[in-house]
Design a protein around this ligand. Structure first.
Ligand SMILES: [Mn+2]
Length: 321
Protein backbone atom coordinates (compact mmCIF):
# COMPACT_ATOMS: atom_id res chain seq x y z
CA UNK A 1 0.00 0.00 0.00
CA UNK A 2 2.86 2.40 0.81
CA UNK A 3 5.49 1.31 -1.71
CA UNK A 4 5.01 4.26 -4.05
CA UNK A 5 4.71 6.57 -1.05
CA UNK A 6 8.04 5.44 0.39
CA UNK A 7 9.72 5.61 -3.04
CA UNK A 8 8.57 9.17 -3.57
CA UNK A 9 10.32 10.23 -0.37
CA UNK A 10 13.73 9.12 -1.65
CA UNK A 11 16.20 12.01 -1.93
CA UNK A 12 13.82 14.35 -0.12
CA UNK A 13 14.83 15.92 3.16
CA UNK A 14 12.35 18.39 4.61
CA UNK A 15 8.80 17.09 4.65
CA UNK A 16 5.80 19.28 5.52
CA UNK A 17 2.83 17.36 6.91
CA UNK A 18 -0.56 19.10 6.98
CA UNK A 19 -3.79 17.99 8.62
CA UNK A 20 -7.14 19.50 7.66
CA UNK A 21 -8.59 22.68 9.14
CA UNK A 22 -10.53 22.36 12.41
CA UNK A 23 -8.51 19.25 13.22
CA UNK A 24 -10.03 16.21 14.96
CA UNK A 25 -8.46 13.24 16.73
CA UNK A 26 -7.77 11.30 13.55
CA UNK A 27 -6.15 14.34 11.96
CA UNK A 28 -3.86 15.10 14.85
CA UNK A 29 -3.11 11.45 15.64
CA UNK A 30 -2.18 10.55 12.07
CA UNK A 31 -0.17 13.73 11.57
CA UNK A 32 1.87 13.17 14.73
CA UNK A 33 2.41 9.45 14.07
CA UNK A 34 3.46 10.16 10.47
CA UNK A 35 5.92 12.88 11.56
CA UNK A 36 7.43 10.47 14.09
CA UNK A 37 7.77 7.84 11.35
CA UNK A 38 9.50 10.38 9.08
CA UNK A 39 11.93 11.44 11.80
CA UNK A 40 12.75 7.82 12.66
CA UNK A 41 13.58 7.24 9.03
CA UNK A 42 15.96 10.13 8.55
CA UNK A 43 13.68 12.90 7.32
CA UNK A 44 13.14 16.29 8.85
CA UNK A 45 9.39 16.56 9.49
CA UNK A 46 7.32 19.68 10.16
CA UNK A 47 3.66 19.42 11.21
CA UNK A 48 1.34 22.27 10.24
CA UNK A 49 -2.24 23.33 10.89
CA UNK A 50 -3.66 26.86 10.69
CA UNK A 51 -6.25 26.08 13.35
CA UNK A 52 -5.75 25.34 17.02
CA UNK A 53 -5.66 21.74 18.19
CA UNK A 54 -8.79 21.12 20.34
CA UNK A 55 -8.17 21.19 24.10
CA UNK A 56 -8.85 17.47 24.62
CA UNK A 57 -6.09 16.63 22.11
CA UNK A 58 -3.44 19.07 23.36
CA UNK A 59 -1.62 16.32 25.29
CA UNK A 60 -0.68 14.75 21.94
CA UNK A 61 1.43 17.81 21.12
CA UNK A 62 4.01 16.56 23.65
CA UNK A 63 4.73 13.78 21.14
CA UNK A 64 5.25 16.12 18.19
CA UNK A 65 4.63 19.88 17.88
CA UNK A 66 2.11 21.20 15.38
CA UNK A 67 2.74 24.77 14.25
CA UNK A 68 0.79 27.40 12.37
CA UNK A 69 2.35 27.53 8.92
CA UNK A 70 3.81 30.62 7.33
CA UNK A 71 4.68 30.79 3.65
CA UNK A 72 8.35 31.05 4.59
CA UNK A 73 8.28 27.90 6.73
CA UNK A 74 6.51 25.85 4.09
CA UNK A 75 8.57 27.22 1.20
CA UNK A 76 11.64 25.36 2.44
CA UNK A 77 9.91 21.95 2.30
CA UNK A 78 10.83 19.48 -0.46
CA UNK A 79 7.54 17.64 -0.37
CA UNK A 80 4.10 18.02 1.25
CA UNK A 81 1.94 15.26 2.70
CA UNK A 82 -1.74 15.83 3.47
CA UNK A 83 -3.43 13.58 6.00
CA UNK A 84 -7.13 12.90 6.62
CA UNK A 85 -8.39 15.01 3.73
CA UNK A 86 -8.33 14.74 -0.05
CA UNK A 87 -8.91 18.26 -1.38
CA UNK A 88 -6.22 20.92 -1.00
CA UNK A 89 -8.72 23.65 -0.09
CA UNK A 90 -9.44 21.76 3.18
CA UNK A 91 -5.89 22.66 4.29
CA UNK A 92 -6.15 26.45 4.24
CA UNK A 93 -3.65 28.83 2.69
CA UNK A 94 -1.59 25.92 1.41
CA UNK A 95 -3.85 25.90 -1.64
CA UNK A 96 -2.57 29.36 -2.67
CA UNK A 97 1.07 28.58 -1.86
CA UNK A 98 0.92 25.34 -3.84
CA UNK A 99 0.19 27.35 -7.00
CA UNK A 100 3.42 29.26 -6.48
CA UNK A 101 5.77 26.48 -5.27
CA UNK A 102 4.26 23.33 -6.90
CA UNK A 103 5.67 21.00 -4.27
CA UNK A 104 5.27 17.28 -4.95
CA UNK A 105 2.20 16.34 -2.90
CA UNK A 106 1.00 13.05 -1.44
CA UNK A 107 -2.14 12.22 0.51
CA UNK A 108 -3.00 9.56 3.08
CA UNK A 109 -6.74 9.58 3.59
CA UNK A 110 -10.01 7.69 3.91
CA UNK A 111 -12.59 10.18 2.56
CA UNK A 112 -14.41 9.21 -0.64
CA UNK A 113 -13.84 10.89 -4.02
CA UNK A 114 -10.34 12.36 -3.79
CA UNK A 115 -9.37 15.36 -5.91
CA UNK A 116 -7.07 14.71 -8.88
CA UNK A 117 -3.55 15.96 -9.23
CA UNK A 118 -1.69 14.42 -6.27
CA UNK A 119 1.63 12.73 -7.02
CA UNK A 120 0.86 9.78 -4.77
CA UNK A 121 -2.49 8.90 -3.25
CA UNK A 122 -2.97 6.41 -0.43
CA UNK A 123 -6.75 6.76 -0.48
CA UNK A 124 -8.78 3.99 1.16
CA UNK A 125 -12.41 5.04 1.74
CA UNK A 126 -13.22 1.74 3.52
CA UNK A 127 -10.58 2.36 6.17
CA UNK A 128 -11.93 3.26 9.61
CA UNK A 129 -9.53 6.16 9.94
CA UNK A 130 -6.38 7.72 8.56
CA UNK A 131 -4.62 6.43 11.68
CA UNK A 132 -5.40 2.86 10.61
CA UNK A 133 -3.59 3.66 7.34
CA UNK A 134 -0.59 5.19 9.10
CA UNK A 135 -0.43 2.04 11.23
CA UNK A 136 -0.08 0.11 7.96
CA UNK A 137 2.75 2.39 6.89
CA UNK A 138 4.58 1.31 10.04
CA UNK A 139 3.66 -2.36 9.77
CA UNK A 140 4.64 -2.61 6.08
CA UNK A 141 7.95 -0.92 6.76
CA UNK A 142 9.00 -1.81 10.32
CA UNK A 143 6.38 -2.33 13.02
CA UNK A 144 9.10 -2.11 15.67
CA UNK A 145 9.21 1.62 15.01
CA UNK A 146 5.83 1.99 16.73
CA UNK A 147 6.95 3.33 20.09
CA UNK A 148 4.71 4.11 23.05
CA UNK A 149 3.86 7.67 22.06
CA UNK A 150 3.20 6.76 18.44
CA UNK A 151 0.90 3.95 19.59
CA UNK A 152 -1.10 6.40 21.71
CA UNK A 153 -1.41 8.89 18.85
CA UNK A 154 -2.63 6.19 16.43
CA UNK A 155 -4.99 4.69 18.99
CA UNK A 156 -6.53 8.13 19.60
CA UNK A 157 -7.32 8.61 15.92
CA UNK A 158 -8.90 5.19 15.52
CA UNK A 159 -11.00 5.63 18.68
CA UNK A 160 -12.23 9.13 17.81
CA UNK A 161 -13.07 8.30 14.17
CA UNK A 162 -14.98 5.12 15.03
CA UNK A 163 -17.03 6.32 18.02
CA UNK A 164 -14.83 4.12 20.21
CA UNK A 165 -14.94 1.15 17.80
CA UNK A 166 -18.73 1.29 17.37
CA UNK A 167 -19.17 2.35 13.72
CA UNK A 168 -19.69 0.01 10.78
CA UNK A 169 -16.30 1.08 9.39
CA UNK A 170 -14.75 -1.10 12.13
CA UNK A 171 -13.46 -4.46 10.86
CA UNK A 172 -11.84 -7.34 12.74
CA UNK A 173 -8.56 -5.90 11.46
CA UNK A 174 -9.31 -2.50 13.04
CA UNK A 175 -9.78 -4.23 16.39
CA UNK A 176 -6.59 -6.24 15.89
CA UNK A 177 -4.71 -3.03 15.18
CA UNK A 178 -6.03 -1.37 18.34
CA UNK A 179 -5.01 -4.48 20.32
CA UNK A 180 -1.51 -4.26 18.87
CA UNK A 181 -1.35 -0.55 19.73
CA UNK A 182 -2.39 -1.26 23.33
CA UNK A 183 0.40 -3.81 23.58
CA UNK A 184 3.09 -1.68 21.96
CA UNK A 185 1.97 1.49 23.72
CA UNK A 186 1.82 -0.12 27.14
CA UNK A 187 -1.26 1.87 28.14
CA UNK A 188 -4.87 1.14 29.12
CA UNK A 189 -7.88 2.26 27.07
CA UNK A 190 -9.24 4.39 29.92
CA UNK A 191 -6.09 6.57 29.96
CA UNK A 192 -6.90 7.81 26.47
CA UNK A 193 -10.69 7.96 26.98
CA UNK A 194 -10.19 10.11 30.11
CA UNK A 195 -8.10 12.59 28.14
CA UNK A 196 -10.60 12.66 25.29
CA UNK A 197 -13.98 12.62 26.97
CA UNK A 198 -13.88 13.14 30.74
CA UNK A 199 -13.43 16.85 30.50
CA UNK A 200 -16.98 18.19 30.13
CA UNK A 201 -17.85 21.52 31.70
CA UNK A 202 -21.15 22.11 33.46
CA UNK A 203 -21.84 24.89 30.93
CA UNK A 204 -21.75 22.31 28.15
CA UNK A 205 -24.46 20.27 29.86
CA UNK A 206 -26.54 23.43 30.30
CA UNK A 207 -26.25 23.97 26.56
CA UNK A 208 -27.06 20.32 25.88
CA UNK A 209 -30.21 20.56 27.97
CA UNK A 210 -31.37 23.50 25.84
CA UNK A 211 -30.47 21.69 22.63
CA UNK A 212 -32.35 18.54 23.62
CA UNK A 213 -35.62 20.50 23.82
CA UNK A 214 -35.29 21.44 20.13
CA UNK A 215 -35.32 17.86 18.78
CA UNK A 216 -37.99 17.33 16.12
CA UNK A 217 -38.70 14.30 13.96
CA UNK A 218 -39.48 14.39 10.25
CA UNK A 219 -40.40 11.95 7.50
CA UNK A 220 -42.20 9.31 9.54
CA UNK A 221 -39.72 9.79 12.41
CA UNK A 222 -36.81 8.67 10.23
CA UNK A 223 -34.97 12.00 10.31
CA UNK A 224 -34.20 13.78 13.59
CA UNK A 225 -33.21 17.42 13.77
CA UNK A 226 -31.66 19.31 16.67
CA UNK A 227 -30.41 22.87 16.72
CA UNK A 228 -28.28 25.22 18.75
CA UNK A 229 -28.36 29.01 18.39
CA UNK A 230 -25.75 31.64 19.17
CA UNK A 231 -28.16 32.97 21.80
CA UNK A 232 -28.20 29.56 23.56
CA UNK A 233 -24.40 29.53 23.52
CA UNK A 234 -24.20 33.10 24.83
CA UNK A 235 -26.69 32.31 27.61
CA UNK A 236 -24.62 29.34 28.79
CA UNK A 237 -21.15 30.78 28.17
CA UNK A 238 -20.30 28.16 25.56
CA UNK A 239 -19.22 28.15 21.93
CA UNK A 240 -19.48 25.99 18.82
CA UNK A 241 -16.79 23.56 20.01
CA UNK A 242 -18.91 22.71 23.05
CA UNK A 243 -21.54 21.04 20.83
CA UNK A 244 -19.21 18.17 20.09
CA UNK A 245 -21.11 14.87 20.27
CA UNK A 246 -24.56 16.47 20.64
CA UNK A 247 -25.78 14.96 17.36
CA UNK A 248 -25.56 11.49 18.90
CA UNK A 249 -28.63 12.23 21.03
CA UNK A 250 -31.13 12.66 18.16
CA UNK A 251 -29.28 9.93 16.24
CA UNK A 252 -29.86 7.34 18.95
CA UNK A 253 -33.64 7.79 19.06
CA UNK A 254 -35.57 4.64 18.22
CA UNK A 255 -36.34 4.33 14.51
CA UNK A 256 -34.24 7.32 13.46
CA UNK A 257 -32.15 6.69 10.33
CA UNK A 258 -30.29 9.98 10.15
CA UNK A 259 -29.86 13.01 12.37
CA UNK A 260 -28.68 16.54 11.79
CA UNK A 261 -27.56 19.20 14.20
CA UNK A 262 -27.81 22.79 12.96
CA UNK A 263 -25.64 25.41 14.60
CA UNK A 264 -26.84 28.93 13.95
CA UNK A 265 -23.66 31.01 14.19
CA UNK A 266 -25.29 34.32 13.18
CA UNK A 267 -23.23 36.11 10.48
CA UNK A 268 -21.13 33.00 9.81
CA UNK A 269 -24.25 31.12 8.73
CA UNK A 270 -25.56 27.72 9.75
CA UNK A 271 -23.09 24.90 10.30
CA UNK A 272 -24.59 21.45 10.13
CA UNK A 273 -23.37 17.99 10.98
CA UNK A 274 -25.18 15.04 9.42
CA UNK A 275 -25.02 11.51 10.81
CA UNK A 276 -26.54 8.28 9.52
CA UNK A 277 -27.09 4.92 11.12
CA UNK A 278 -28.80 3.37 8.10
CA UNK A 279 -28.36 3.03 4.35
CA UNK A 280 -28.82 6.80 4.01
CA UNK A 281 -25.57 8.23 2.62
CA UNK A 282 -25.03 11.58 4.31
CA UNK A 283 -21.99 12.30 2.14
CA UNK A 284 -24.28 12.45 -0.93
CA UNK A 285 -26.76 14.48 1.09
CA UNK A 286 -24.15 16.98 2.31
CA UNK A 287 -22.65 17.34 -1.15
CA UNK A 288 -25.99 18.62 -2.42
CA UNK A 289 -25.64 21.33 0.20
CA UNK A 290 -22.08 22.18 -0.82
CA UNK A 291 -20.42 20.10 1.90
CA UNK A 292 -19.24 16.51 2.18
CA UNK A 293 -17.58 13.87 4.32
CA UNK A 294 -18.26 10.18 4.75
CA UNK A 295 -21.31 7.94 4.23
CA UNK A 296 -22.15 7.97 7.93
CA UNK A 297 -20.83 11.38 8.95
CA UNK A 298 -20.70 14.57 6.93
CA UNK A 299 -20.94 18.32 7.27
CA UNK A 300 -22.13 21.36 5.33
CA UNK A 301 -22.89 25.06 5.68
CA UNK A 302 -26.10 26.93 4.84
CA UNK A 303 -26.35 30.73 4.61
CA UNK A 304 -29.55 30.69 6.72
CA UNK A 305 -31.89 31.59 8.21
CA UNK A 306 -32.26 28.53 10.44
CA UNK A 307 -35.83 27.64 9.39
CA UNK A 308 -34.80 27.69 5.74
CA UNK A 309 -31.68 25.64 6.40
CA UNK A 310 -33.80 22.96 8.09
CA UNK A 311 -36.48 22.99 5.38
CA UNK A 312 -33.92 22.81 2.53
CA UNK A 313 -32.01 20.00 4.23
CA UNK A 314 -35.12 17.89 4.89
CA UNK A 315 -36.26 18.44 1.31
CA UNK A 316 -32.96 17.01 -0.01
CA UNK A 317 -32.83 14.20 2.54
CA UNK A 318 -36.38 13.05 1.74
CA UNK A 319 -35.22 11.76 -1.61
CA UNK A 320 -32.86 9.32 0.04
CA UNK A 321 -35.51 7.60 2.16
MN1 LIG B 1 -10.56 10.62 9.63
Amino acid sequence: MFKEFINKLKNKKRIGVFSHLRPDGDCVGSQIALCRWLEKNGYEAKAFNEDDVPLNLMWLLDYFPIQKPTEEMVASCDLIILVDGNAVHRFGELEEWQKKYSWPMMIVDHHPDPENGFDVMVSVPEASSTCELIYKLFSEHDAEQIDENTAKALYTGIITDTGSLQFDSVTPETVEITADLLRRGNFKPNEIIEELYSNKKLAQYKLLSKALTTIELYQDNHIAVMYVTQQMMDDTGTSNVDTDGFVNYPLSLQGVKAAIIFKDLNEDGIKMSLRSRSEIDVNIWARQLGGGGHKKAAGAWHPGPLEKAIADTIEIGKKQL
